[in-house]
Write a protein that binds this ligand. Structure first.
Ligand code: ATP
Length: 361
């Protein structure tokens, strides 16, 4: 286990784990064409796993750096700002084994909540990247992420974690790569147990009004914002339009809305200011993206954003609960720090590999 104490915040990610099989090709194949790839890569993926990795890496210094504090580069022994736990499902196959050991051994994610089912296959994403344009074509086979993650298989496992009182979870993070009924049941359980939730509804589908009512943090990209709000994506081109759309989410009962805008940065709106912001701190605004020398690959930029934002949320919450100094979640600071972390990710190739450790920020 990670070297944490009872004041270390605990983040639980409920979501998908996939093995990504990536072929790089000179052009996308036509029907019937057999194409030889120029490169091939196998790596851990799935939005759930990527966000768990983001929380874990951004919460600790790289354990293999020379000046690290972890004996022998042991990631589990490295001091971490948060404990990160993954709840998901894989098959009892080589991909499942590799995904779990990758998450726990390389990144220090607690995977005791990842179920292995011998009757199911691990989820796989077949990704074809057209090298000249960088455009992806992706075939997603959810397998265990769907077949093993229905509410009946999942909710019992979440009960203890979310209703755990003092030892319980400080933030539940979810996406939509597992069955929607499970996400909706988990939202209801978290609300009932007073566990704050961050929902990153990707891939987006229209959600029932009950999903947004009382939701603490909604993090969406432009496409997701348009699908969920019913607006035209072009409405998000202007700051006025962003404010209107964010306001619609706040009107639906969301506490804090964050719309990530790729190279344009991020727009946020908060329905409540923390105490130390009452003297005029902004409750909404557009934060420009960090200037980067070269954008290499934007994969996992959104997941990195979620990871850093989540860490700011749980440390803010702990400060408020712990020392009564008027701390609390400062959404603007969370957004600015997450914007910086995500900018690091776009400068590196890959998904989980490109997410920075805390000492790389
Ligand atoms: P993905 O699905 O690839 O993880 P996303 O669509 O969920 O990404 P984006 O809105 O594309 O998310 O990007 C998330 C954040 O990453 C942005 O809000 C910004 O902070 C950062 N970012 C993305 N692209 C760039 C860029 N070109 N330069 C600097 N920062 C960037």
């Amino acid at each position: 286990m990670a070297s944490t104490n009872k004041t270390t915040p605990r983040i639980l990610v409920l979501g998908s784990l996939n093995m990504d099989l990536v072929s790089y090709v000179p052009h996308h194949p036509s029907p019937g064409e057999t194409l030889t790839s120029t490169r091939f890569n196998v790596s851990g993926g799935g939005k759930g796993a990527n966000q768990a990795v983001a929380c874990a890496k951004l919460s600790r210094a790289c354990p293999t750096n020379n000046n690290n504090t972890a004996p022998g580069g042991d990631v589990a022994a490295a001091a971490a700002a948060a404990t990160v736990q993954m709840v998901g499902c894989v098959g009892d196959d080589s991909y499942g084994t590799a995904l779990i050991s990758n998450l726990s051994d390389r990144y220090g994610v607690d995977c005791t909540g990842v179920l292995r089912r011998s009757d199911l296959k691990t989820g796989v994403a077949l990704i074809i990247v057209d090298e000249p344009t960088g455009q992806n074509r992706i075939i997603l086979s959810p397998e265990a992420n769907h077949a093993g993650m229905g509410p009946e298989e999942t909710m019992d496992r979440l009960e203890d974690d979310l209703r755990g009182g003092g030892g319980g979870v400080d933030l539940l993070i979810m996406q939509l790569e597992i069955p929607l009924p499970t996400v909706l049941s988990a939202l209801a359980l978290a609300k009932d147990s007073r566990v704050p939730v961050l929902l990153n509804p990707a891939p987006a589908v229209p959600l029932p009004a009950s999903a947004l009512r009382g939701l603490d943090h909604l993090v969406v990209n432009e496409t997701e914002a348009a699908i969920l709000s019913g607006c035209d994506v072009s409405e998000l081109d202007t700051e006025d339009g962003l404010r209107r759309v964010a306001d619609r989410f706040i009107g639906s009962g969301v506490g804090n809305v964050v719309i990530t805008l790729g190279e344009r940065g991020v727009y946020y709106m908060s329905s409540s200011s923390p105490k130390h912001n009452n003297s005029g701190g902004a409750k909404m605004g557009l934060v420009a993206a960090e200037k980067v020398q070269k954008v290499v690959d934007t994969t996992a930029a959104g997941d990195t954003f979620v990871g850093q934002y989540a860490l700011e949320v749980v440390t803010g919450q702990k400060k408020k609960d712990g020392d009564g100094d008027g701390g609390g979640v400062d959404v603007e600071t969370a957004v600015r720090k997450a914007n910086k972390a995500a900018a690091k990710t776009v400068q590196k190739l890959g998904a989980q590999d490109s997410i920075p450790w805390r000492d790389e920020l």
